[in-house]
Design a protein around this ligand. Structure first.
Ligand SMILES: Cc1cc2nc3c(=O)[nH]c(=O)nc-3n(C[C@H](O)[C@H](O)[C@H](O)COP(=O)(O)OP(=O)(O)OC[C@H]3O[C@@H](n4cnc5c(N)ncnc54)[C@H](O)[C@@H]3O)c2cc1C
Length: 188
C-alpha cells in the first residue's frame, strides 16, 4: 500500500490520509487499519460523486482508481452474449473501446470518466437503457470487501464470504446482491 499525506479530489476538497489499493488484499489491509484506529473511511473509484461522498474531508480515503483491469469472455455459459468482468476503477471509455473491437456493447455511463464502482451502486442509467435496462439489470456477480475485512462474492441466489481467518460461509440468498444493485453509492 502506498500512503500519501494528502489527496485532492476534482472539487479541491481533501482527505487527511490516503491509501491506493491495487487488489482485494490491499483493501482488506486498509479496512483493518481503519478499524484499528477508528477512522472514518471513504472509498473512491473515480471521484465523480457530486456531494463528495468519495472524498470526505478529514476521512481516511481508500482510492481504488488503480484497480482498472477487465476480462472479456465471449464463450461463457453465463450469458448468451458473453460477459465482461471489470474492476471498480476502470473508466467506461476503456471498457467501451475494448468491447467495440469485438462488436459488443455494455450498459454503462454516458460520461467516459465515470467508473463502474459508484455507477453500479447507484443503479446505472445508460444511453442504451431503453433497450437493455439499467446496468444493474445486467449484473451477474459482484465481489466486495465487507466492513469486517471479509471478502464476499454475491450472485442472485448465493453469497460466499471468506473471512480474514480463511473460514468460508455460504448464504443461499441474494440479499447482498440485491443491496449492491442500486442500494448505495451516488447517482446524478
Ligand atoms: C459528468 C458525469 C456524468 C455522469 N453520467 C452518468 C450516467 O450516464 N449514468 C449514471 O447512471 N450516472 C452518471 N453519473 C453519476 C455517476 O454514476 C455517479 O456519480 C457515480 O456514483 C460515480 O461513480 P464513480 O465510481 O465514478 O465515482 P466515485 O466518486 O469514486 O464514487 C461514487 C460513490 O460510490 C462509492 N464507491 C465507488 N466505488 C466503490 C466501491 N468499489 N465500493 C464501494 N463504494 C464505492 C463512493 O464511496 C461514493 O459514495 C455521472 C456523473 C458525472 C459527474
Amino acid at each position: 500500500m502506498d500512503m500519501a499525506a494528502l489527496n485532492h479530489d476534482m472539487n479541491g476538497t481533501c482527505c487527511c490520509q490516503a491509501t491506493q489499493s491495487t487488489n482485494a488484499d490491499d483493501i482488506q489491509k486498509a479496512v483493518q487499519f481503519a478499524r484499528k484506529y477508528n477512522l472514518h473511511v471513504t472509498v473512491r473509484s473515480s471521484g465523480h460523486d457530486y456531494v463528495g461522498r468519495s472524498t470526505w474531508e478529514g476521512s481516511f480515503l481508500v482510492s481504488l482508481s488503480e484497480m482498472d483491469e477487465m476480462e472479456i469472455d465471449l464463450s461463457t455459459m453465463r450469458s448468451p452474449h458473453g460477459t465482461v468482468k471489470v474492476q471498480t476503477g476502470i473508466q467506461w471509455q476503456e471498457i467501451y473501446e475494448k468491447l467495440n473491437t469485438l462488436g459488443r456493447v455494455v450498459v454503462g455511463g454516458s460520461a467516459h470518466t465515470v467508473t463502474p464502482g459508484g455507477y453500479m451502486l447507484g443503479g446505472g442509467h445508460s444511453p442504451v437503457s431503453r433497450s437493455l435496462g439499467y446496468a444493474v439489470d445486467n449484473l451477474l456477480e459482484a465481489q466486495v470487501v465487507l466492513a469486517d475485512g471479509s471478502i464476499a462474492t454475491a450472485t442472485e441466489n448465493r453469497t460466499v464470504i471468506v473471512t480474514l481467518e480463511g473460514d468460508i460461509m455460504y448464504h443461499e440468498n441474494g440479499d447482498l446482491f440485491l443491496a449492491l444493485r442500486g442500494g448505495g453509492g451516488g447517482t446524478f
